[in-house]
Design a protein around this ligand. Structure first.
Ligand code: CO
Length: 462
Protein backbone atom coordinates (compact mmCIF):
# COMPACT_ATOMS: atom_id res chain seq x y z
CA UNK A 1 0.00 0.00 0.00
CA UNK A 2 1.36 3.35 -1.02
CA UNK A 3 0.96 6.65 0.77
CA UNK A 4 -2.51 8.10 0.28
CA UNK A 5 -2.86 11.68 -0.86
CA UNK A 6 -5.50 14.29 -0.03
CA UNK A 7 -5.36 17.30 -2.35
CA UNK A 8 -6.08 20.62 -0.66
CA UNK A 9 -6.02 22.95 -3.69
CA UNK A 10 -9.76 23.64 -3.53
CA UNK A 11 -9.75 24.55 0.20
CA UNK A 12 -6.49 25.20 2.04
CA UNK A 13 -4.57 25.95 -1.18
CA UNK A 14 -6.49 29.09 -2.07
CA UNK A 15 -7.25 29.88 1.57
CA UNK A 16 -3.50 30.04 2.28
CA UNK A 17 -2.46 31.79 -0.93
CA UNK A 18 -5.24 34.22 -1.82
CA UNK A 19 -7.71 34.58 1.04
CA UNK A 20 -10.13 31.83 -0.09
CA UNK A 21 -11.42 33.83 -3.04
CA UNK A 22 -11.73 31.07 -5.65
CA UNK A 23 -15.32 31.04 -6.91
CA UNK A 24 -17.41 27.95 -7.62
CA UNK A 25 -16.90 28.13 -11.40
CA UNK A 26 -13.14 28.06 -10.83
CA UNK A 27 -13.45 25.27 -8.26
CA UNK A 28 -15.37 23.19 -10.80
CA UNK A 29 -13.05 23.98 -13.72
CA UNK A 30 -10.58 21.15 -13.10
CA UNK A 31 -12.72 18.90 -10.93
CA UNK A 32 -13.37 16.14 -13.45
CA UNK A 33 -9.62 15.70 -13.96
CA UNK A 34 -9.00 15.76 -10.20
CA UNK A 35 -11.74 13.17 -9.71
CA UNK A 36 -10.00 10.90 -12.22
CA UNK A 37 -6.48 11.31 -10.79
CA UNK A 38 -6.83 8.64 -8.09
CA UNK A 39 -6.73 10.66 -4.88
CA UNK A 40 -7.78 9.22 -1.55
CA UNK A 41 -9.82 12.41 -1.00
CA UNK A 42 -10.18 16.04 -2.01
CA UNK A 43 -10.45 18.74 0.64
CA UNK A 44 -13.04 21.04 -0.89
CA UNK A 45 -15.19 22.66 1.79
CA UNK A 46 -15.22 24.07 5.32
CA UNK A 47 -12.53 26.25 6.85
CA UNK A 48 -12.99 29.75 5.49
CA UNK A 49 -14.73 28.70 2.25
CA UNK A 50 -18.22 28.99 3.77
CA UNK A 51 -17.64 32.49 5.11
CA UNK A 52 -15.94 33.58 1.89
CA UNK A 53 -18.82 32.38 -0.35
CA UNK A 54 -21.36 34.45 1.60
CA UNK A 55 -19.19 37.45 2.44
CA UNK A 56 -17.19 38.04 -0.73
CA UNK A 57 -18.52 35.91 -3.58
CA UNK A 58 -22.32 36.24 -3.27
CA UNK A 59 -22.53 32.45 -3.55
CA UNK A 60 -24.43 29.82 -1.61
CA UNK A 61 -21.80 27.56 0.00
CA UNK A 62 -24.25 24.64 0.13
CA UNK A 63 -24.82 24.92 -3.62
CA UNK A 64 -21.05 24.82 -4.16
CA UNK A 65 -20.86 21.58 -2.22
CA UNK A 66 -23.73 19.99 -4.19
CA UNK A 67 -22.15 21.01 -7.50
CA UNK A 68 -18.81 19.54 -6.45
CA UNK A 69 -20.50 16.31 -5.39
CA UNK A 70 -22.34 16.07 -8.73
CA UNK A 71 -19.01 16.16 -10.64
CA UNK A 72 -16.95 14.13 -8.17
CA UNK A 73 -18.21 10.59 -8.60
CA UNK A 74 -15.15 8.58 -7.59
CA UNK A 75 -13.28 10.54 -4.94
CA UNK A 76 -14.17 11.15 -1.31
CA UNK A 77 -14.85 14.75 -0.31
CA UNK A 78 -13.38 16.16 2.87
CA UNK A 79 -14.14 19.28 4.90
CA UNK A 80 -12.49 21.14 7.79
CA UNK A 81 -14.72 21.71 10.83
CA UNK A 82 -13.71 23.84 13.85
CA UNK A 83 -15.34 21.72 16.56
CA UNK A 84 -17.93 23.61 18.57
CA UNK A 85 -17.20 26.74 16.44
CA UNK A 86 -18.33 24.83 13.30
CA UNK A 87 -17.20 27.25 10.57
CA UNK A 88 -17.80 30.39 12.59
CA UNK A 89 -15.99 32.20 15.38
CA UNK A 90 -17.99 31.47 18.53
CA UNK A 91 -19.26 28.38 20.30
CA UNK A 92 -22.59 27.14 18.98
CA UNK A 93 -25.14 25.03 20.81
CA UNK A 94 -25.02 21.27 20.25
CA UNK A 95 -28.21 21.17 18.16
CA UNK A 96 -26.64 23.55 15.60
CA UNK A 97 -23.42 21.50 15.51
CA UNK A 98 -25.45 18.32 15.05
CA UNK A 99 -27.59 19.76 12.25
CA UNK A 100 -24.53 21.19 10.51
CA UNK A 101 -22.82 17.80 10.51
CA UNK A 102 -26.00 16.11 9.25
CA UNK A 103 -26.47 18.56 6.39
CA UNK A 104 -22.77 18.51 5.42
CA UNK A 105 -22.95 14.74 4.99
CA UNK A 106 -26.32 14.89 3.21
CA UNK A 107 -25.02 17.45 0.74
CA UNK A 108 -22.00 15.38 -0.20
CA UNK A 109 -19.19 15.37 2.39
CA UNK A 110 -17.63 11.98 3.23
CA UNK A 111 -14.86 12.89 5.69
CA UNK A 112 -15.20 15.52 8.40
CA UNK A 113 -11.88 16.72 9.83
CA UNK A 114 -12.69 18.25 13.20
CA UNK A 115 -10.27 20.15 15.41
CA UNK A 116 -10.20 22.47 18.39
CA UNK A 117 -7.70 25.30 18.73
CA UNK A 118 -6.85 24.29 22.32
CA UNK A 119 -7.02 20.51 21.71
CA UNK A 120 -9.77 20.46 24.34
CA UNK A 121 -11.50 17.23 23.37
CA UNK A 122 -14.72 18.30 25.08
CA UNK A 123 -15.09 20.85 22.26
CA UNK A 124 -14.86 18.02 19.70
CA UNK A 125 -17.25 15.54 21.27
CA UNK A 126 -20.52 16.80 19.80
CA UNK A 127 -19.16 17.01 16.23
CA UNK A 128 -17.54 13.59 16.56
CA UNK A 129 -20.67 11.91 17.93
CA UNK A 130 -22.86 13.47 15.22
CA UNK A 131 -20.48 12.46 12.42
CA UNK A 132 -20.61 8.88 13.66
CA UNK A 133 -24.39 9.02 14.13
CA UNK A 134 -24.96 10.08 10.50
CA UNK A 135 -22.46 7.61 9.05
CA UNK A 136 -19.61 9.94 8.10
CA UNK A 137 -15.88 9.29 8.47
CA UNK A 138 -14.73 11.28 11.48
CA UNK A 139 -11.16 12.46 11.49
CA UNK A 140 -9.90 14.25 14.58
CA UNK A 141 -7.10 16.71 13.95
CA UNK A 142 -4.72 17.76 16.73
CA UNK A 143 -3.42 21.32 16.51
CA UNK A 144 0.37 21.01 16.40
CA UNK A 145 2.54 23.52 18.16
CA UNK A 146 5.75 23.59 20.16
CA UNK A 147 5.97 24.46 23.87
CA UNK A 148 7.09 22.81 27.12
CA UNK A 149 3.53 21.36 27.28
CA UNK A 150 3.32 20.21 23.66
CA UNK A 151 5.80 17.35 23.79
CA UNK A 152 5.63 14.22 21.69
CA UNK A 153 4.22 12.37 24.72
CA UNK A 154 1.46 14.98 24.99
CA UNK A 155 0.38 14.19 21.41
CA UNK A 156 0.63 10.45 21.96
CA UNK A 157 -1.62 10.67 25.05
CA UNK A 158 -4.10 12.84 23.15
CA UNK A 159 -4.09 10.38 20.25
CA UNK A 160 -5.03 7.53 22.59
CA UNK A 161 -7.90 9.62 23.92
CA UNK A 162 -9.05 10.49 20.42
CA UNK A 163 -9.06 6.81 19.48
CA UNK A 164 -11.30 6.08 22.48
CA UNK A 165 -13.67 8.85 21.39
CA UNK A 166 -14.38 6.90 18.22
CA UNK A 167 -12.35 8.79 15.61
CA UNK A 168 -11.86 6.91 12.34
CA UNK A 169 -8.50 8.55 11.70
CA UNK A 170 -6.12 11.08 13.23
CA UNK A 171 -4.48 14.12 11.66
CA UNK A 172 -1.53 16.11 12.92
CA UNK A 173 -2.49 19.61 11.84
CA UNK A 174 0.65 21.72 11.66
CA UNK A 175 -1.06 24.94 10.63
CA UNK A 176 2.07 27.04 10.98
CA UNK A 177 4.46 24.66 9.24
CA UNK A 178 6.80 24.42 12.24
CA UNK A 179 7.07 20.64 12.54
CA UNK A 180 10.75 19.82 11.98
CA UNK A 181 11.74 16.74 9.95
CA UNK A 182 13.35 14.82 12.82
CA UNK A 183 10.48 15.61 15.18
CA UNK A 184 8.07 14.38 12.51
CA UNK A 185 9.88 11.06 12.35
CA UNK A 186 9.69 10.58 16.11
CA UNK A 187 6.11 11.83 16.41
CA UNK A 188 4.70 9.67 13.62
CA UNK A 189 6.66 6.59 14.78
CA UNK A 190 5.28 6.92 18.31
CA UNK A 191 1.73 7.59 17.12
CA UNK A 192 1.87 4.50 14.92
CA UNK A 193 3.17 2.44 17.83
CA UNK A 194 0.49 3.65 20.24
CA UNK A 195 -2.74 3.77 18.21
CA UNK A 196 -4.35 1.73 15.45
CA UNK A 197 -5.72 4.84 13.77
CA UNK A 198 -4.61 5.79 10.25
CA UNK A 199 -2.41 8.89 10.62
CA UNK A 200 -2.52 11.88 8.28
CA UNK A 201 -0.06 14.78 8.24
CA UNK A 202 -1.01 18.33 7.31
CA UNK A 203 1.65 21.01 7.15
CA UNK A 204 2.61 24.15 5.22
CA UNK A 205 5.65 25.11 3.12
CA UNK A 206 5.97 28.57 4.69
CA UNK A 207 9.28 27.86 6.46
CA UNK A 208 10.78 25.84 3.58
CA UNK A 209 11.01 22.50 5.39
CA UNK A 210 7.70 20.82 4.60
CA UNK A 211 8.88 18.34 1.93
CA UNK A 212 11.66 17.12 4.27
CA UNK A 213 9.15 16.78 7.08
CA UNK A 214 6.76 14.80 4.87
CA UNK A 215 9.53 12.47 3.63
CA UNK A 216 10.52 11.67 7.22
CA UNK A 217 6.88 11.15 8.16
CA UNK A 218 6.51 8.76 5.22
CA UNK A 219 9.59 6.84 6.36
CA UNK A 220 8.01 6.63 9.83
CA UNK A 221 4.83 5.14 8.37
CA UNK A 222 2.40 8.02 7.96
CA UNK A 223 -0.66 6.80 6.05
CA UNK A 224 -1.89 9.99 4.36
CA UNK A 225 -0.29 13.32 3.44
CA UNK A 226 -1.95 16.59 2.44
CA UNK A 227 -0.55 18.15 -0.73
CA UNK A 228 -1.82 20.73 -3.22
CA UNK A 229 -1.89 20.55 -7.00
CA UNK A 230 1.22 22.41 -8.24
CA UNK A 231 -0.34 25.77 -9.27
CA UNK A 232 -1.72 26.15 -5.73
CA UNK A 233 1.25 24.69 -3.87
CA UNK A 234 4.32 26.02 -2.11
CA UNK A 235 4.82 29.14 0.00
CA UNK A 236 2.09 29.44 2.60
CA UNK A 237 0.26 26.45 1.05
CA UNK A 238 1.04 22.69 0.99
CA UNK A 239 3.80 21.03 -1.07
CA UNK A 240 3.03 20.05 -4.65
CA UNK A 241 1.11 16.85 -5.28
CA UNK A 242 2.99 16.11 -8.48
CA UNK A 243 6.36 16.39 -6.70
CA UNK A 244 5.35 13.60 -4.31
CA UNK A 245 3.98 11.44 -7.11
CA UNK A 246 7.27 11.72 -9.02
CA UNK A 247 9.42 11.33 -5.90
CA UNK A 248 7.64 8.20 -4.67
CA UNK A 249 6.73 6.51 -7.98
CA UNK A 250 7.97 2.95 -8.17
CA UNK A 251 8.68 2.73 -4.42
CA UNK A 252 6.63 1.01 -1.73
CA UNK A 253 5.14 4.41 -1.01
CA UNK A 254 3.91 5.11 -4.58
CA UNK A 255 0.68 7.14 -4.19
CA UNK A 256 -0.50 5.77 -7.54
CA UNK A 257 -1.83 9.01 -8.96
CA UNK A 258 -2.36 9.45 -12.69
CA UNK A 259 0.17 12.02 -13.88
CA UNK A 260 -1.74 12.78 -17.10
CA UNK A 261 -4.86 13.81 -15.22
CA UNK A 262 -2.78 15.81 -12.74
CA UNK A 263 -1.20 17.67 -15.67
CA UNK A 264 -4.59 18.40 -17.25
CA UNK A 265 -5.96 19.65 -13.93
CA UNK A 266 -2.82 21.74 -13.32
CA UNK A 267 -3.11 23.42 -16.74
CA UNK A 268 -6.63 24.55 -15.86
CA UNK A 269 -5.71 25.62 -12.32
CA UNK A 270 -2.76 27.62 -13.66
CA UNK A 271 -5.26 29.87 -15.44
CA UNK A 272 -7.06 30.42 -12.12
CA UNK A 273 -3.79 31.18 -10.33
CA UNK A 274 -2.71 33.63 -13.06
CA UNK A 275 -5.93 35.59 -12.57
CA UNK A 276 -5.20 36.07 -8.85
CA UNK A 277 -1.57 36.97 -9.49
CA UNK A 278 -2.73 39.58 -12.01
CA UNK A 279 -5.42 41.09 -9.74
CA UNK A 280 -3.02 41.23 -6.79
CA UNK A 281 -4.93 38.93 -4.43
CA UNK A 282 -2.08 36.45 -4.71
CA UNK A 283 0.97 38.29 -3.44
CA UNK A 284 4.17 36.69 -4.85
CA UNK A 285 5.59 37.09 -1.30
CA UNK A 286 3.20 34.34 -0.20
CA UNK A 287 5.08 31.98 -2.51
CA UNK A 288 8.56 32.53 -1.10
CA UNK A 289 10.21 30.80 1.85
CA UNK A 290 9.94 32.65 5.15
CA UNK A 291 12.27 31.14 7.78
CA UNK A 292 11.10 33.69 10.40
CA UNK A 293 8.11 31.46 11.14
CA UNK A 294 10.55 28.83 12.44
CA UNK A 295 12.19 31.37 14.71
CA UNK A 296 8.99 32.91 16.06
CA UNK A 297 6.82 29.77 15.75
CA UNK A 298 3.88 31.75 14.38
CA UNK A 299 1.76 30.93 11.30
CA UNK A 300 2.44 32.92 8.13
CA UNK A 301 -1.06 34.43 8.19
CA UNK A 302 -0.42 35.77 11.68
CA UNK A 303 2.83 37.47 10.63
CA UNK A 304 1.03 39.39 7.88
CA UNK A 305 -1.86 40.27 10.25
CA UNK A 306 0.60 41.65 12.80
CA UNK A 307 2.29 43.68 10.11
CA UNK A 308 -1.07 45.13 9.00
CA UNK A 309 -2.07 46.01 12.57
CA UNK A 310 1.24 47.79 13.17
CA UNK A 311 1.16 49.61 9.83
CA UNK A 312 -2.37 50.86 10.60
CA UNK A 313 -1.05 52.36 13.86
CA UNK A 314 2.10 53.75 12.26
CA UNK A 315 4.20 51.52 14.50
CA UNK A 316 6.10 49.29 12.07
CA UNK A 317 9.28 50.08 14.03
CA UNK A 318 7.81 47.91 16.83
CA UNK A 319 7.49 44.81 14.60
CA UNK A 320 10.47 42.93 16.04
CA UNK A 321 9.43 43.83 19.58
CA UNK A 322 5.90 42.49 18.96
CA UNK A 323 7.29 39.27 17.49
CA UNK A 324 9.34 38.76 20.64
CA UNK A 325 6.28 39.50 22.78
CA UNK A 326 4.18 36.74 21.14
CA UNK A 327 5.98 33.81 22.85
CA UNK A 328 5.80 35.64 26.22
CA UNK A 329 2.04 36.12 25.89
CA UNK A 330 1.68 32.47 24.90
CA UNK A 331 3.59 31.43 28.03
CA UNK A 332 1.48 33.72 30.28
CA UNK A 333 -1.68 32.16 28.86
CA UNK A 334 -0.65 28.51 29.21
CA UNK A 335 0.75 28.02 25.68
CA UNK A 336 -2.35 28.06 23.44
CA UNK A 337 -1.61 26.83 19.90
CA UNK A 338 -1.66 29.70 17.42
CA UNK A 339 -4.61 28.77 15.24
CA UNK A 340 -7.96 30.51 14.67
CA UNK A 341 -9.23 32.10 16.87
CA UNK A 342 -6.26 32.01 19.33
CA UNK A 343 -3.74 33.28 16.78
CA UNK A 344 -5.71 36.52 16.32
CA UNK A 345 -6.25 36.88 20.08
CA UNK A 346 -2.62 36.33 21.08
CA UNK A 347 -1.47 38.58 18.22
CA UNK A 348 -3.71 41.45 19.27
CA UNK A 349 -2.70 41.13 22.94
CA UNK A 350 0.98 41.20 21.95
CA UNK A 351 0.46 44.37 19.88
CA UNK A 352 -1.40 46.03 22.78
CA UNK A 353 1.30 45.06 25.27
CA UNK A 354 3.98 46.69 23.14
CA UNK A 355 2.08 49.76 21.91
CA UNK A 356 0.72 50.83 25.32
CA UNK A 357 4.13 50.28 26.93
CA UNK A 358 2.52 48.34 29.79
CA UNK A 359 1.76 44.64 29.56
CA UNK A 360 -1.96 43.79 29.91
CA UNK A 361 -2.94 47.42 30.49
CA UNK A 362 -5.39 46.89 27.64
CA UNK A 363 -7.01 43.49 27.19
CA UNK A 364 -9.41 42.42 24.41
CA UNK A 365 -12.68 40.89 25.59
CA UNK A 366 -11.72 37.58 23.96
CA UNK A 367 -8.60 37.24 26.14
CA UNK A 368 -10.71 38.07 29.20
CA UNK A 369 -13.12 35.27 28.19
CA UNK A 370 -10.22 32.91 27.49
CA UNK A 371 -8.81 33.16 31.04
CA UNK A 372 -12.33 32.46 32.36
CA UNK A 373 -12.34 29.15 30.46
CA UNK A 374 -14.95 30.21 27.92
CA UNK A 375 -12.89 28.85 25.00
CA UNK A 376 -12.12 25.59 26.81
CA UNK A 377 -9.24 24.44 28.95
CA UNK A 378 -5.85 26.14 28.47
CA UNK A 379 -3.16 23.56 27.63
CA UNK A 380 -0.89 24.74 30.46
CA UNK A 381 -1.23 26.93 33.53
CA UNK A 382 -2.30 30.53 33.10
CA UNK A 383 0.08 32.69 35.14
CA UNK A 384 -1.95 33.69 38.27
CA UNK A 385 -0.52 37.23 38.43
CA UNK A 386 -1.28 37.82 34.74
CA UNK A 387 -4.75 36.34 35.19
CA UNK A 388 -5.62 38.76 37.98
CA UNK A 389 -4.22 41.67 35.95
CA UNK A 390 -6.39 40.64 32.98
CA UNK A 391 -9.46 40.42 35.25
CA UNK A 392 -8.56 43.81 36.76
CA UNK A 393 -8.74 42.40 40.28
CA UNK A 394 -12.35 41.22 39.82
CA UNK A 395 -12.87 37.99 41.71
CA UNK A 396 -14.28 35.97 38.80
CA UNK A 397 -14.29 32.19 38.82
CA UNK A 398 -13.23 30.30 35.71
CA UNK A 399 -15.58 27.63 34.45
CA UNK A 400 -14.43 24.02 34.64
CA UNK A 401 -17.12 22.55 32.42
CA UNK A 402 -17.42 22.38 28.64
CA UNK A 403 -18.29 25.92 27.43
CA UNK A 404 -21.19 24.72 25.23
CA UNK A 405 -22.91 23.20 28.29
CA UNK A 406 -24.06 26.74 29.07
CA UNK A 407 -25.74 27.16 25.68
CA UNK A 408 -29.44 26.50 25.17
CA UNK A 409 -30.59 24.83 21.92
CA UNK A 410 -30.74 27.54 19.26
CA UNK A 411 -31.60 25.97 15.89
CA UNK A 412 -35.40 26.28 16.24
CA UNK A 413 -35.02 29.91 17.33
CA UNK A 414 -33.09 30.71 14.17
CA UNK A 415 -35.64 28.80 12.12
CA UNK A 416 -38.52 30.84 13.55
CA UNK A 417 -36.69 34.13 13.44
CA UNK A 418 -35.83 33.77 9.76
CA UNK A 419 -38.79 31.74 8.51
CA UNK A 420 -39.56 34.35 5.85
CA UNK A 421 -36.14 34.21 4.21
CA UNK A 422 -35.12 30.57 4.70
CA UNK A 423 -36.39 27.85 2.40
CA UNK A 424 -34.51 24.91 3.93
CA UNK A 425 -32.50 23.89 6.99
CA UNK A 426 -29.28 24.66 5.10
CA UNK A 427 -30.42 28.30 4.85
CA UNK A 428 -31.13 28.34 8.60
CA UNK A 429 -27.62 27.05 9.29
CA UNK A 430 -26.11 29.79 7.12
CA UNK A 431 -28.05 32.36 9.19
CA UNK A 432 -27.01 30.71 12.47
CA UNK A 433 -23.32 30.97 11.57
CA UNK A 434 -23.16 34.32 9.81
CA UNK A 435 -26.36 36.05 10.83
CA UNK A 436 -25.81 39.47 9.23
CA UNK A 437 -24.26 38.46 5.94
CA UNK A 438 -26.30 35.28 5.38
CA UNK A 439 -29.64 37.00 5.90
CA UNK A 440 -28.72 39.69 3.38
CA UNK A 441 -27.49 37.05 0.96
CA UNK A 442 -30.69 34.98 1.23
CA UNK A 443 -33.00 37.99 0.90
CA UNK A 444 -31.26 38.86 -2.32
CA UNK A 445 -31.11 35.26 -3.52
CA UNK A 446 -34.84 34.65 -3.23
CA UNK A 447 -36.03 38.19 -4.00
CA UNK A 448 -33.36 39.63 -6.25
CA UNK A 449 -33.54 43.37 -6.57
CA UNK A 450 -33.03 44.59 -10.12
CA UNK A 451 -29.40 45.43 -10.82
CA UNK A 452 -28.76 49.14 -11.09
CA UNK A 453 -27.52 49.03 -14.66
CA UNK A 454 -30.66 47.13 -15.68
CA UNK A 455 -32.81 49.85 -14.14
CA UNK A 456 -30.96 52.49 -16.08
CA UNK A 457 -31.38 50.57 -19.29
CA UNK A 458 -35.10 50.28 -18.62
CA UNK A 459 -35.40 54.04 -18.07
CA UNK A 460 -33.64 54.63 -21.33
CA UNK A 461 -36.45 52.96 -23.27
CA UNK A 462 -39.41 54.64 -21.55
CO1 CO B 1 -3.63 24.25 6.74
Amino acid sequence: MGVKIVDTCLRDGHQSLFATRMNTEEVLSALEELDNAGYYALEVWGGATFDSCLRFLNEDPWERLRKIRAVCKKTKLQMLFRGQNILGYRHYADDVVDMFVKKSLENGIDIIRVFDALNDVRNLKCAVDSTKKYGGHCQIALSYTTSPIHTIDYYVELAKEVEKMGADSLCIKDMAGVLLPNDAYELISKLKANTKLPIELHSHCTGGICEMTYMNAIAAGVDIIDTALSPLSGGTSQPSTEAFQYALAGTDFDPGLNIDYLKKAADKMTKVKDKYLANGLLNPKALTVNPSILKYQVPGGMLSNLMNQLKAQGAMDKYEEVLNEVPRVRKDLGYPPLVTPLSQMVGTQSVMNVITGERYKMVPKEIHDYVLGLYGKAPGIIDPAIRSKILKGENLKSINHRPADDLQPEFENFKNKYKDICKCDEDVLSCALFENIATKFLENKYNPKPQEDEVEEFNLYI
